[in-house]
Design a protein around this ligand. Structure first.
Ligand code: CAP
Ligand code: MG
Length: 387
């Protein structure tokens, strides 16, 4: 953790360690020697960076409880002006008490029958406002063009113009038609984010219509909902985690929580796919940060690996940078970068796939575009990163 305080770093750290484990602001008559053993310990101080160790006994395998310890009151203490949790290391024996992803990267790849390249996804745009029949038509056009994975946007749930049930039925019918026509596997993530009871009702609708994938806005729904959902075994969906609102906690480098910790918690809660940033698009988060987020999703820890999804302001021209930087075990998603293609959604989807194919074949986009007009159209429109 990084601390800014009017006290010495050591004094602030001691108070912080107490508040996040057994202590309070003053001596108390109820303290006992055996409870003192449960105190968090500062074991390293280097300038303004401290390392804190917590005894495992103060935790239970509950994300709400863990956060109330390690990221709870300490953010509001008057003794601390700024506080940033840069990293958390959780012992694997404790990590294993969480379910983690049910499918993980391997399960998703098996289901999609795509072994050797990044998956390509799109978000239906406009993000809200589109009636459900149009939503399904746009999904069809994207799949036919070569997109593997279509998902709802984070703020599209069950609005009057696009009710959840009708959207799911219509979009999954479109998916069936595309799979029959192309012989390829496709996937659709319906956004079930809602108060928990409604989330379950929407998940039942999705399951009744043979949906395979649900999207959850992890931060706005809350870790309690997300950690509970994975225990609802009747669903067995591929879970796609969107991280809308994360930046309220993660963006300020001097205060809040590093995104890589939220990525790890989301993996522990069972996200099979999770937004990690893109570094070459419209959202904040540089290569170093996205690399750390991907590490949280994929390091060996006894849980299945979460498929990192790079998204936000992407289009075919940036695909080489993304794959060369983050590897092929990623999902590359583009909303505007598909539906903004001068020839429409199908051409935009094709251009995304052509860009991925070019990188996998070791051919430059410019060379590939000479014989692939959809890619040429995309390169003509988008000349650099996020513009
Ligand atoms: C992408 C996106 C995602 C962002 C969120 C959007 O669309 O659907 O919500 O990726 O950021 O609405 O912006 P575009 P992140 O391709 O049209 O930008 O992935 O960083 O969480
Ligand atoms: Mg979105």
């Amino acid at each position: 953790m990084k601390i800014k305080s009017s006290l010495s770093v050591r004094e602030a750290a001691v108070r912080l360690a107490a508040e996040s484990s057994i202590g309070t602001w003053t001596d108390i008559s109820t303290m006992k020697p055996e409870i003192r053993k449960l105190a968090a310990k500062i074991f390293e101080i280097k300038e303004d960076v401290i390392k804190v160790a917590y005894p495992l006994d103060i935790f239970e395998p509950s994300i709400p409880q863990i956060l109330a310890d390690v990221a709870g009151n300490i953010f509001g203490m008057l003794d601390v002006d700024e506080l940033r949790i840069e990293d958390i290391i959780i012992p694997s024996k404790f990590l294993k008490q969480f379910r983690g992803p049910s499918h993980g990267i391997d399960g998703v790849r098996n289901m999609m029958q795509i072994k050797d390249r990044p998956l390509v996804g799109t978000i239906i745009k406009p993000k809200i406002g589109l009636p459900y029949k149009d939503h399904a038509r746009v999904a069809f056009e994207a799949w036919i063009g070569g997109i593997d994975f279509v998902k709802d946007d984070e703020n599209l749930t069950n609005q009057s113009f696009n009710p959840f049930k009708e959207r799911v039925i219509e979009t999954l019918q479109a998916l069936d038609r595309v799979e029959t026509k192309t012989g390829e596997k496709k996937n659709y993530a319906a956004n079930i984010s809602a108060p928990y009871n409604e989330m379950l009702e929407r998940a039942d609708i999705l399951k009744d219509h043979d949906g395979k994938c649900a999207m959850i806005d992890v931060i706005t729904c809350g870790f309690s909902a997300v950690q509970s959902f994975i225990t609802e075994e009747r669903f067995n969906f591929i879970l796609h985690g969107h991280r809308a609102m994360h930046a309220a906690m993660t963006r300020n480098p001097n205060h809040g929580i590093h995104m890589s910790m939220l990525a790890l918690l989301s993996r522990m809660c069972g996200m099979d796919q999770f937004h990690v940033g893109a570094a070459f698009g419209k959202m904040e988060g540089d290569v170093e940060e996205v690399t750390r987020n991907i590490h949280s999703c994929t390091f060996d820890c006894g849980l299945k690996k979460t498929f990192p999804a790079c998204s936000g302001g992407l289009h075919p021209r940036v695909i080489p940078d993304i794959i060369e930087t983050f590897g092929k075990d990623i999902i590359i998603q583009a909303g505007g970068g598909v539906h903004g293609h001068p020839k429409g959604t199908t051409a935009g989807a094709t251009a995304m796939r052509q860009a991925v194919d070019a990188v996998m074949d070791g051919v430059s986009l410019e060379t590939h575009a000479k014989t692939h007009e959809e890619l040429a159209g995309a390169l003509q429109k988008w000349k650099s990163q996020y513009s």
